[in-house]
Design a protein around this ligand. Structure first.
Ligand code: TMP
Length: 212
């Protein structure tokens, strides 16, 4: 039986990395083989591309090159890690996937959704998660968490201006509204355990279908 693929999405500091880890632990606790991975990254090649993207050499990348590098990292991640795991019947939980490219490069970066989708068709044969969880957090909470996480220092993309990040967050909400069956928007406000309970509820139908 094919495994299930769950992706966490959201803007900077929304808490998705913590929640991805908690979900993997819960799935493993339920007796499932669940792999925790991230984008950009997840394979040695994609992790090398991650460094190029977040700590760019020289003056940085233009938006087209940036989108292509994300798509290249994803192609390697999908071919070498995600598809083989799903084919073995394992669960895969990824901290970010295609919808980050749609939000950051397609919407906020103005590449357009069609271009990002085309790159995904070429790179990853249109693989989509079974469920995409968007963690939605208010601006004040995000600023506080980011201050705690990296003391205000950011990478090349996290450090873009507020308008860029507002466009990213608006895009995630729009995607979730347009494709209700693939997305669940989870309030990221409250304790880690309270958010995890909401995540677990959203994942439960997938668990039932997996066991059926
Ligand atoms: P992270 O902070 O969640 O590890 O993600 C790294 C950064 O890369 C974050 O600022 C979001 C950005 N990103 C994109 O711009 N496009 C993408 O496709 C992905 C996966 C991440």
């Amino acid at each position: 039986m094919r495994g299930r693929f769950v992706a966490f999405e959201g803007g900077e500091g929304c808490g998705k990395s913590t929640q991805a880890r908690k979900l993997v632990e819960a799935l493993q606790g339920a007796g499932l083989t669940a792999l925790h991975t991230r984008e950009p990254g997840g394979t040695p090649g994609a992790e090398a591309i991650r460094t190029l993207l977040l700590e760019p050499p020289g003056a940085g990348w233009g938006m087209e090159a940036e989108a292509l590098l994300f798509a290249a990292a994803r192609a390697d991640h999908v071919a070498c890690h995600i598809r083989p795991a799903l084919e073995r019947g394992d669960w895969v939980v990824s901290d970010r996937f295609l919808d980050s490219s749609r939000a950051y490069q397609g919407a906020a970066g103005r590449m357009g959704d069609a271009a990002i989708r085309t790159l995904h068709t070429i790179g990853s044969r249109d693989l989509l998660p079974d469920l995409t969880l968007v963690l939605d957090v208010d601006d004040a909470t995000v600023s506080r968490r980011l201050g705690l996480r990296d003391g205000g220092a950011s990478d090349a993309i996290g450090g873009r201006n507020a308008a860029y990040h507002q466009a990213v967050n608006a895009a995630f909400r729009e995607f979730a509204g347009a494709e209700g069956e693939r997305f669940a928007v989870i309030s990221g406000t409250g304790s880690i355990d309270a958010v995890h309970d909401r995540v677990w509820q959203a994942v439960s139908p997938l668990l039932d279908r997996h066991r059926a």
